[in-house]
Unconditional design. Sequence first.
Length: 228
Amino acid sequence: MAKCKYCGRGGLFFAVDKNGVCRDCAAQIYPIIQSHTRRIRESLDIMQKSKQPRTVASRRDVILESLEYLEAEFESKEIPIYEVGVAKLRSDISRAADDLLIAILAEEAKKMDAKAAVADTPKQKASHYKRFLTKVIEFESLLSDPSRLEDIKTDIILKVREGIVRDLILKAQKHEFKGNLKKAKESYMDALFELKHDDVPDHLQAELIKEVESHLQRLERALEDAGS
């Protein structure tokens, strides 16, 4: 005995199509399904072609909204929509959108690296990376899986911190060049303070910490020799 998967009606002579849907329901639901699948195709095309992160994210959300509706309204009643299943499609779309967003961010990173490479001072370099860090945080809010940006974010934070510390090292070197060893030591101490009191684990800045500590030890010996 046939029974419609959508409305639940059935009977001995009740007819349903290959999807298990009766004629009355087919006339009602197939145009809705077609409208959503068309919306998904169009949004996917725009998403894949766009270089604007917010457009990519908004079109992803449109697709996911339609997929969620199709799953809840039809697939949950065992009316097939896509061969692979809506849940798999949702996962694939989210992943694809994240890939596109990360690719856009990677292009922005290349531009930022180019600007930082020609910065006149370590402080200016740090400023460039600070601005880019703001962009990374913005992209984090757009990704379905923001953890995919964790390594990039950490790398940018390290570059910002290095720029700040390198600026203090440069100040120390200028004081040292002028023969003001005490001022030079203060600047190196400031650099070490920055390294030891930020949110970055010390092991990620081990080489820089070692460099600053080496300068401090050398200066302390020089100050001792000058006082003897």
